[in-house]
Design a protein around this ligand. Structure first.
Ligand code: ADP
Ligand code: MG
Length: 644
């Protein structure tokens, strides 16, 4: 489906299939050739050898180093691949023919050294995958009928009980069957505060059991685990071409014939072979070909180490252009884990009566608000409703012992023509101004009371918002199905001044569409509830997706952890990557190329300087991209430190 990632310049070094060249052959090509050619050049320059062999030692150097280059170029030509290796080869052969052996040898030497440096740096950028692979334990301690045995990881089967002690990495994905532990999931989520797990919790391959003993029922092994999934996604992402890359590719295709024509023109105009050769060498667009993929690989790898999965060059480039961010309120800005803060009866019923009826209505609801009520009713007897219906963005309607229970927001009660007493209105306004969400309860069209619920802003939320703004995001909008007053209170706590309240899921989609007419929009949401809005955005960023492969697949950027700061980091990193790519293409590739051609045509540089310049450009591009491996946005500094 995807071409193998070749991270070197296919144009100047055609036919190098780096994915196959492993071990000795790679070392031979990359190390031996420049060493041998370099030694020959040094030898040729020393007195005695020079007296005996004259310039022929340089010819030998040019041949030893040049034959592989010419060979690859011809191979490329046979595949009807008009590559720039041809340019170098033509230049090399021409310089030998006119007796410029020394220049030929030097050019060859510089080409090989350049390739070596390039490969070493590129290998470093590709490191992220190896680091992820290293997280895979090789063995597992399994409970069998005859006791505990340590077996190679390949022998673990689904359902096996795996034991993990303090200090060991968890070797499978599974569910805790017994025991409890503090598990550090930093390797996957980037969050270094350990997570407490106990019976029934999910655990993941490659995470570290810091303290405790776990017996895990294996649910996923081998290629199915979250870690394996992540590795595959990072591999695919690194092979994915950014749109900027496609432009460079198309350009490179026409490059070779154009340069050949220019060089010929220079030759006929000036009758100077050396000048024409110089043009050939300096024009080789290695730097251009390397400009984008090296940056994408470095940035995607950097992000992966922090639990941020950027799904390839396309997503990276899109995220780099984002200037508006839409965040969902519940579960994104807040923990999505609301607690009941107050129960108020506006009838003869007691608080407990109100709570029990609300709990009956919510008994089968999955909504976070429902969970808050069910938790609060813990220990009370809550019968099943006989019928139950979710009204999206409004609440629930349920039937219990012949009674109709209505629980939800104002709109839901208005739908049922239920009028609130003045007293209740005042109470609601006060609660909502405080950022609480009020759930109104009615029974058979009679208003009974209110349950107030509050969610807590995530740690680092306002820091993340401030970081986005500093990074140049012009518009930040909070979307919520909640009422305008609660929305306003939460938005102001988070430092967001734009919000849209009372939004049904389809309203959220329309709001995003409207923003897209004016901005490049990123939507940050939870990947399940907010999937439609995420899909509508230019860049969909799903948060807290560890354990949910579907949510990971669907997003453009998936945050394994649920730290909003990571969303800001992802956008900052993408912006930085886009700047690096632009500098690579315009300054270090096209810019240097044009300067080089100019200097060559006006005879200010010879073939050797041309080769140096050419390799310098490629190397600068690779180094510039490599900065992205270690790039840390200031938002990366201990997100845990900042309270709301
Ligand atoms: P958000 O956009 O903040 O995630 P939702 O669209 O899920 O919110 O819900 C919007 C509003 O609808 C809630 O603030 C609440 O008033 C009401 N609501 C939704 N589901 C329920 C429920 N199960 N019980 C009570 N009220 C609900
Ligand atoms: Mg929601």
């Amino acid at each position: 489906m995807k071409e193998p990632t070749d991270r070197s310049c296919e144009i100047c070094h055609p036919g190098h299939d780096r994915s196959k060249a492993k071990g000795l052959s790679l070392k031979y090509r990359e190390l031996l050739l420049p060493v041998v050619v370099g030694l020959l050049i040094v030898l040729g320059a020393t007195g005695l050898v020079r007296e005996v062999f004259g310039l022929y030692i340089f010819l030998l150097a040019a041949l030893v180093g040049g034959v592989p280059i010419v060979f690859e170029a011809v191979k490329g030509l046979l595949r009807k691949n008009m590559n720039v290796g041809v340019l170098i080869s033509v230049a090399l052969i021409a310089s030998i023919l006119i007796g410029e052996y020394f220049a030929g040898a030097l050019v060859v030497f510089i080409m090989h050294i350049g390739e070596l440096l390039e490969n070493i740096t590129v290998a470093k950028t590709g490191n992220a995958i190896r680091k992820l692979m290293d997280l895979k334990p090789k063995t597992a301690r399994v409970r069998r009928a005859d006791g505990e045995v340590v077996v190679p990881i390949e022998e673990v089967k689904l359902g096996d009980r795996v034991l993990v002690k303090s200090g060991e990495r968890i070797p499978v994905d599974g569910v805790v069957a017994s025991g409890q532990a503090a598990v550090n999931q930093a390797s996957l989520t980037g969050e270094s505060i350990p997570v407490e797990v106990s019976v029934g919790n999910e655990v993941f391959e490659g995470t570290l059991n810091e303290l405790g003993v776990l017996e895990i029922a294996t649910t996923k092994i081998g290629r199915e685990t979250t870690l394996a999934h992540i590795i595959k996604l990072v591999e695919e992402a690194q092979a994915d071409k950014a749109p900027a890359q496609r432009v460079a590719d198309r350009f490179a295709k026409y490059f070779t014939p154009i340069i050949l024509v220019i060089a010929l023109a220079v030759y006929f105009a000036t009758d100077d072979v050396v000048k024409a050769i110089t043009v050939l060498i300096v024009a080789c667009p290695c730097a251009l070909v390397l400009a984008t993929p090296t940056a994408v690989i470095a940035a995607v790898g950097n992000a992966a180490r922090r639990g941020i999965l950027i799904k390839g060059g396309r997503s990276l480039e899109a995220a780099g252009r984002v200037n508006a961010v839409v965040v969902d309120k519940t579960g994104t800005l807040t923990y999505g884990n609301p607690q009941v803060t107050d129960i108020r009866s506006f009838s003869e019923k007691t608080q407990a009566d109100v709570l029990i009826r609300a709990a009956i209505a919510e008994k089968f609801s999955e909504h976070p608000l429902a969970k808050a009520i069910i938790n609060k009713a813990h220990g009370l007897e809550v019968p099943d409703p006989s019928d139950f219906q979710v009204i999206l963005g409004r609440g629930v309607v349920a039937y219990a012992s012949e009674q109709k229970l209505i629980l939800g927001n104002r709109k839901l009660l208005a739908d049922h023509q239920i009028v609130l007493p003045q007293q209740a209105e005042e109470y609601l306004l006060a609660k909502e101004a405080n950022g609480e969400t009020c759930l109104l309860l009615a029974e058979d069209d009679r208003f009974l009371g209110v349950i107030s619920v509050a969610d807590v802003l995530r740690k680092g939320t306002s820091q993340a918002i401030a970081t986005l703004r500093e990074a140049g995001v012009k518009k930040i909008v909070m979307l919520t199905g909640d009422n305008p007053r609660t929305a306003a209170a939460i938005a102001s706590l988070a430092g967001i001044d734009d919000f849209a309240a009372d939004q049904l899921p389809e309203d959220k989609v329309n709001t995003v569409k409207r923003l897209k007419q004016q901005y490049k929009v990123a939507v940050i949401g939870d990947g399940i509830n907010d999937a439609p809005a995420l899909a509508t955005a230019d860049v969909g960023i799903a948060m807290g997706v560890i354990g949910s492969d579907a949510a990971i697949e669907a997003a453009d950027i998936a945050l394994l952890g649920d730290n909003l700061v990571q969303a800001a980091q992802a956008i900052l990193l993408s912006r930085k990557a886009l700047r690096v790519i632009k500098a690579n293409i315009y300054a270090f590739s096209l810019g240097l190329n044009i300067v080089g051609m100019y200097l060559a045509i006006y005879g200010m540089v010879g073939p050797v300087e041309a080769a140096l310049l050419h390799n310098l450009a490629a190397f600068v591009v690779v180094l510039n991209s490599a900065r992205l491996i270690r790039y840390k946005s200031h938002a990366a500094l201990t997100p845990q430190q900042t309270a709301i």
